[in-house]
Design a protein around this ligand. Structure first.
Ligand code: SAM
Length: 217
């Protein structure tokens, strides 16, 4: 793997993408810098790497996708809310791009994926990029998330359940935030859920389209 990738052109096209995200209302400079520094072209197949800095989702095999950069930026910005989170759970590693962005911004990232080759590939790219604060788990059915690693101050879910699973709420610390899409393949919305001492609050963010979260009862 050539870590320099497509070199200077890539820096120019990355900058253009960051300007697009800023224009769409992403304002957290830490998120924008993390995305500027993260080589998205290494997370997609070489054959489509010339599109890596387009603001669009791209196929990563197995019927899955790397999310649109705007959605990655929006979800990350809402999750962090300007703070430095210690432990973030990501459900749906996919290409590993979202976890790579998060690894620059939070203490530790715990990422869970159900497709073995995707998890292996993501791990390899992270390893080569010397990202050492990402922890991996293969989802084998049963409970969603990674409950035996403790509670999280942030949870980001990058696949959509029809109904938000109860066990994901339970893995959130008091004061913690979860950004998650939910709905059917025809109609989904992205929401922010916050755990308060009294329970949970929910705020609608925007309409989205994610692949389904698999394994619902
Ligand atoms: N965050 C990813 C990235 O940066 O490339 C994009 C993820 S892709 C839109 C959604 C991923 O969720 C797929 O790789 C899919 O296999 C995974 N997935 C679906 N159901 C899952 C489950 N129950 N547990 C873990 N991962 C799941």
């Amino acid at each position: 793997m050539n870590l320099n990738g497509i070199g200077m052109t890539s820096m120019r096209t990355r900058k253009r993408l960051i300007d697009t995200l800023r224009g769409m209302g992403v304002s957290d400079e830490r998120v924008l810098s993390a995305m500027m520094e993260t080589p998205r072209h290494l997370f997609v197949d070489e054959g489509i790497s010339s599109h890596a800095y387009d603001n669009s989702s791209l196929p990563i095999g197995f019927g899955q996708t790397i999310s649109q950069p705007y959605i990655v930026a929006l979800m990350t910005q809402v999750l962090l809310d300007g703070k430095r989170l210690k432990r973030v759970l990501e459900v749906g590693t996919g290409s590993g791009y979202q976890s790579a962005v998060l690894s620059k911004l939070v203490g530790d990232v715990y990422t869970v994926e159900r497709i073995v080759p995707l998890l292996k590939k993501a791990k390899l790219v992270h390893y080569r990029l010397k990202m050492r604060n990402i922890h991996y788990k293969l989802a084998k059915g049963g409970k969603f998330g990674w409950s035996d690693a403790g509670l999280y101050d942030g949870i980001i879910v990058t696949a959509a359940p029809v109904v938000i699973p109860e066990e994901l709420y339970e893995q959130l610390e008091i004061g913690g935030r979860m950004v998650i899409p939910y709905g059917t393949q025809e109609s989904q919305e992205l929401v922010l859920i916050e755990r308060t001492p009294e329970g949970f609050t929910r705020k609608r963010l925007e309409a989205v389209r994610f692949v389904p979260l698999i394994g619902e009862a």
